[in-house]
Design a protein around this ligand. Structure first.
Ligand code: PEP
Ligand code: MN
Length: 360
């Protein structure tokens, strides 16, 4: 084949490409028109029977050289693209996305804000064990000027024989201590059934890692007027995490705080692997504040401080860590909770790294 013949064939291909392009766009405009008509008459946009008829018609006329399956695949993609064109814009952009809302969401917890550019701390015991235990932590937090106290009343434990938490009694202790010391309460709720009851006690509902894809729980907390702290699932991708938050916001509750708490990897040196880059990704992709839980991500007391420094440096809106007056006797996560002098040291060491002015 001469150079000229090749050039001629290539020019033909280019012309055909442009023809296909213009036909595709013409087709898209007609599909949009159909979409509008369907919307007016309240008809569902996706019509599998109609799609089947179109596909059959195409296949009746198809005579190669492409395989039938190839042609079907190409047309299926065209159908899909047209359907997407007909969908409302809000369905394409998730409600939690920056595309949907460019301003940062600021979650107000009794006047303390998460996501306003000031980096905050959420501290407290792993599990509520007694009034005295919670009170000791609350007083230490108060001395440090902190107000957001966490503590588990319902504990999702790996073994059914481990301490499961004090339940409602634990919530009551948290509320009483919080009222006496000026704290706010952040506590995990495990089932949709307990959400209503929790509203009387907590200021923020925590959805734990093991429940990140408990869709009924997500929908239930989406229907209430309480901030939700949503933890990343043990093996959840960022996309799955974002979609879990979307479940909540799509029910009407936009007061959502995302919490990176480490993910499961092959690495055994830490309890989980802290996915620190998830913080800027989540902040870029969504408008929600992002917290880093240094306790459950590292599972190691000696890593709490460096992990917290990294989290502050990378732009986390808050740090979460566990504090217990006597970790050696704690009923859960005994090895990784700080005692009160360690907590004070942790706070002192972090103070130069903490941003207290808007970081935008
Ligand atoms: C917790 O924060 O108490 C907890 C159980 O953590 P996670 O759900 O991240 O494992
Ligand atoms: Mn814990």
């Amino acid at each position: 084949m001469s150079q000229n013949e090749l050039l001629e064939l290539r020019n033909k291909i280019d012309d055909i490409n442009l023809e296909i392009l213009s036909l595709l766009n013409e087709r898209a405009e007609i599909a949009q028109e159909i979409g509008k008509q369907k919307k007016k008459s309240g008809v569902n946009r996706y019509d599998p029977i109609r799609e089947r008829q179109s596909l059959d018609l195409i296949m009746e006329h198809h005579a190669g050289p492409f395989e039938a399956s190839t042609i079907q695949h190409i047309f299926k993609e065209i159908f899909k693209a047209s359907l997407e064109l007909q969908e409302d814009d809000h369905r394409k952009a998730l409600l939690v996305s920056r595309k949907a809302k460019s301003d940062n969401t600021i979650v107000d917890i009794n006047g303390e804000k998460i996501g306003d550019g000031n980096q905050r701390f959420i501290m407290g015991p792993c599990a509520v064990e007694s009034y005295e235990q919670v009170k000791a932590v609350a007083l230490a937090m108060k001395d440090q000027g902190l107000t957001m106290m966490r503590g588990g009343a319902y504990k999702p434990r790996t073994s059914p024989y481990d301490f499961q938490g004090l339940g409602e009694e634990g919530l009551k202790i948290l509320r009483d201590v919080a009222n006496e010391t000026g704290m706010s309460v952040i506590s995990e709720i495990l089932t949709p059934h307990d959400v209503e009851k929790a509203l009387d006690y907590v200021d923020v509902i925590q959805v734990g890692a093991r429940n990140m894809q408990n869709f009924e729980l997500l929908k239930t907390v989406g229907k209430v007027q309480k901030p939700v702290l949503l933890k990343r699932g043990l093996s959840a991708t960022i996309e799955e995490f974002i979609n879990a938050a979307e479940y909540i916001i799509s029910e009407g509750n936009d007061q959502i705080i995302l919490c990176e708490r480490g993910i499961r990897t092959y690495e055994k040196a830490t309890r989980n692997t802290l996915d620190i880059s998830a913080v800027p990704i989540l902040k870029k992709e969504t408008h929600l504040p992002v917290v880093v839980d240094v306790t459950h991500s590292t599972g190691r007391k000696d890593l709490l401080l460096p992990a917290a420094k990294a989290a502050l440096a990378i732009g986390a809106d808050a740090i979460m860590a566990e504090v217990h007056p006597d970790p050696a006797v704690a009923l859960s996560d005994s090895a990784q909770q700080m005692n009160i002098p360690e907590f004070n040291e942790f706070m002192n060491q972090l103070s130069p790294y903490r941003s207290e002015s808007p970081i935008g």
